[in-house]
Design a protein around this ligand. Structure first.
Ligand SMILES: Cc1cc2nc3c(=O)[nH]c(=O)nc-3n(C[C@H](O)[C@H](O)[C@H](O)COP(=O)(O)O)c2cc1C
Length: 347
């Protein structure tokens, strides 16, 4: 019954403008109208990632709760960890609307939000008052008009380090012009150096794009290792538009959802051959089988966003429980034992 109600709600939301629908979904969450089963966990799912204890490896990807408004209900939605943001030093409006498009036939989305957010002060004060529970991280971004974008990352890091369990350096959003140039080895090393100097004891993750060559991936692995990054998140949205059918397929922005699955999993598997740093797999996960495939390709944990638009938050519990069953089926005592067990399939 609950599931039917959720499906009816999702169908109604899909008839209105996607950004408005997202705002309503967040309001419903805050009003307690969403599923709140609490984190799914088991001996097989429990794990440690970069020193953080996770009840399960299934997390919420950045961008769903940009302003950290719904941490309490999201913590109870079934995730093992959540990432909010991106936060920039100053508040900024982002790109003009419309800037979020549903590609229903492709089970995908295109967004060109451009780091719309209320700024690090507002976001930090919400994070400071969050309930205890699962680990919560913040995605760090840079202001569009900043004269020194690398310094923006360090500034947000310094401001929020006491109120988060981890922070993610996001140099992979396609929606802020030239941001991804910061993925180049020299620029990335300098940026990470600035962030690491002010992080205190907070774990720092690095999030990369899916549109990288093998040698770019190898360079990033080297820089990440030298900088002491605690985990790498692969990947953000793609600029590729291969094989899409929906009428919005030519909109500018980053593509997420099903069509990103293979591309992001290949980047993940390649990265796992280049580094021992724990990896978080994200991109196109919509089922337990796909979460499991990312883990077998080299991810210690996973995140998702776009599939929630189509499947609702109850999907989180289904994925975590399904993952537990798949691990049991294949004889793994815990998720960590399965990490990278089939990476060759993706190389
Ligand atoms: C509307 C929207 C906003 C996003 N905003 C951010 C963001 O602020 N920072 C970030 O690192 N990733 C952001 N992402 C990317 C997601 O975190 C994720 O990497 C990507 O969507 C691929 O996962 P998915 O296919 O499960 O959605 C956003 C994605 C979407 C769809």
């Amino acid at each position: 019954m609950k599931h039917l109600l959720e499906q009816a709600g999702l169908a109604a939301l899909r008839r209105i403008d996607p950004e408005q629908a997202h705002g309503l979904a967040l309001k419903a969450l805050k009003a307690g109208l969403a599923p709140c089963p609490g984190p799914v966990t088991s001996d097989r799912l429990r794990m440690t990632l970069a020193g953080l204890d996770l009840p399960s490896p299934v997390g919420l990807a950045a961008g769903f709760d940009k302003n950290a408004e719904a941490i309490a209900p999201l913590s109870l939605a079934g995730f093992g960890f959540i990432e909010v943001g991106a936060a920039t030093p100053q508040p900024q409006p982002g790109n003009p609307r419309p800037r979020l498009f549903r590609l229903t036939e492709d089970a995908a989305a295109i967004n060109r939000f451009g780091f719309n957010n209320q700024g690090m002060e507002a976001i930090a004060s919400r994070l400071a008052n969050r309930p205890s529970g699962i680990p919560v991280g913040l995605n760090l971004g840079a202001n569009k008009t900043s004269p020194d974008r690398a310094a923006d990352f360090a500034e947000v890091m310094q401001r929020i380090r006491e109120v988060v369990d981890f922070a993610t350096v996001n140099v992979s959003s396609p929606n802020t012009e030239k941001l991804r140039d910061l993925q180049g080895p020299a620029a990335l090393a300098a940026l990470l150096d600035g962030v690491m100097q002010v992080r205190g004891s907070t774990p720092v993750f690095l999030k990369i794009a899916p549109d990288l060559t093998s040698s770019e991936i190898a360079d990033i692995a080297t820089v990440a290792r030298n900088s002491g990054v605690d985990a790498i998140i692969a990947t953000n949205t793609t600029l590729s538009r291969d094989g899409l059918r929906s009428r919005h397929k030519d909109q500018a922005g980053g593509l997420s959802g099903q069509p990103l699955f293979d591309r992001s999993t290949r980047v993940l598997a390649q990265l796992s051959t280049q580094t021992d740093i724990p990896l978080i797999g994200v991109g196109g996960i919509g089922s337990a089988e796909q979460a499991y495939a990312k883990i077998c390709a080299g991810a210690s944990a996973v995140q998702l966003y776009t599939a929630l638009v189509y499947g609702g938050l109850s999907l989180v519990t289904r994925i975590a429980e399904g993952l537990d069953q798949l691990l049991a089926r294949d004889g793994f005592a815990n998720v960590t034992d399965a990490v990278g067990s089939r990476k060759k399939d993706w190389l």
